[in-house]
Write a new protein. Structure first.
Length: 412
């Protein structure tokens, strides 16, 4: 089996994902991805005609983000037309899944050079009129709705917090720490090597640094924020008039949800794109590219679609088993802060030292551009391994439908 090496990892800055408010919001998703791909080519003097495939995650494949945004991004970047691409959707887990599929193709011997990543323009998809529940499932499928009720993800987060006995103070403390760590990382330039600026067509810089973090966040400011997802409970999810409260009651008829999540301890709504350049051992030897890391193992798990967000822990255990490693062998962990309770439960259940998990902050502070986030996290983990002189990192995240992909990387 061939080794899948990581040659480079790059990402755009995360822009505020509100129409007309974020610095990236007027840029076409294909252009945003194209800008990222052009940077990967230029950073590595890449012969794009030799790329066997480009694997791009995109969760909301509608309108401007439809029509195989991966292939359109390749063309927008000015790559050789010989470079193919496809687009996949595993909700929030799309970015890690793209990396895992690209690496699997290399490890199987069927590819030598792959770019894997993701793109999500939440400022655009948020402007497209759609049901509030569209991110999890089509509520029109009443058969599936009866078999596996799937509430809004934020409601799921509050359900988990209630079932696990996690209170508002605990999730707010995690959120506050995410902001503190992100500020340190930004101030010390820890992301500078991976961030590539996004330009307008005029050549003017649209955005060169993350614009979502709120470094002045304190426990006091978080404590003043009203919870959000209790306001969703009585919303009708479709023309039948059924509400999220009724959907929850199908699976948990006696659960009185203690709503603890709000805008300050949930992942930020942002725009962004990211990508990793992956190559086989043979391609590295032939071209002289310098590997930064290798893919050690990959895994995906699935569990309750109703609770939806609980699989990062099982995914971490599964990928360690595939690698023949213990959790104690991992130097750094990245688990997406979709909601504070997800990271809190992950560290608690796996007995992981918080000092080695999300060390540069997470999506609460930096934002979560859905399908791009996973590949961003792989790049962030690699940068931090190099900065610390450490060896291995495990990256995982929850995703819609009750799934979680995971990957272990090792520096070379």
């Amino acid at each position: 089996m061939s080794t899948a090496y990581i040659i480079d990892a790059a990402r755009t800055p995360r822009g505020i994902g509100k129409p007309g408010k974020g610095s990236l919001s007027e840029i076409h998703p294909q252009r945003l991805l194209g800008s990222l791909l052009a940077s990967l080519r230029d950073r590595n003097d890449l012969n794009t005609a030799e790329v066997d495939d480009v694997v791009i995650g995109c969760s909301s494949q509608i309108g401007k983000q439809g029509a195989c945004v991966g292939r359109m991004g390749v063309l927008d970047a000015g790559w050789e037309t010989a470079a193919p691409a496809f687009t996949l959707d595993r909700f929030c887990g799309s970015g890690i899944t793209a990396v895992n599929l690209g690496a699997a193709n290399i490890m199987s011997g069927m590819a030598d050079l792959v770019v894997a990543g993701g793109v999500e323009m939440m400022s655009y998809t948020g402007s497209v009129k759609q049901p509030v529940a569209v991110a999890t499932m089509d509520m029109g499928n009443t058969h599936l709705r009866g078999l596996h009720p799937q509430p809004h993800q934020g409601i799921c987060a509050d359900m988990i917090a209630t079932l696990e006995g996690v209170d508002r103070k605990e999730v707010d403390e995690l959120a506050c720490e995410s902001q503190r760590r992100a500020k340190i990382a930004i101030d010390e330039g820890r992301f500078d090597g991976s961030i590539v600026p996004v330009l307008h067509d005029s050549g003017e810089v649209a955005l060169a640094k993350d614009e979502f973090p709120r470094p002045s966040t304190t426990m006091e400011t978080l404590g003043k924020l009203p919870t959000v997802f209790n306001q969703f409970m009585e919303l009708p999810i479709d023309a039948t008039g059924e509400t999220f409260a009724q959907l929850v009651a199908r699976a948990y008829p006696d659960l009185a949800i203690d709503h603890v999540h709000h805008a300050g301890n949930s992942s930020g709504v942002v725009d962004g794109a990211a990508g990793l350049l992956l190559a086989s051992e043979e391609y590295v030897e032939r071209t002289g590219l310098t590997p930064r890391a290798k893919i050690v193992a990959m895994a995906t798990t699935a569990g309750s679609p109703t609770l939806m967000l609980n699989e990062p822990g099982p995914a971490a255990r599964k990928v360690c088993k595939k690698a023949g490693m213990n959790l104690s062998d991992i130097d750094l962990f990245e688990v997406n802060e979709a909601f504070a309770v997800v990271a809190y439960k992950f560290m608690r259940d796996l007995d992981i030292n918080p000092e080695i998990c999300n060390v540069n902050g997470g999506a609460i502070a930096l934002g979560h551009p859905i399908a791009a986030t996973g590949s961003m996290l792989v790049g962030t983990a690699l940068d931090e391994l190099e900065r610390r002189g450490e060896s291995t990192a495990l990256i995982t995240m929850c995703t819609g439908g009750g799934m979680a992909p995971a990957v272990i990387i090792e520096r070379v």
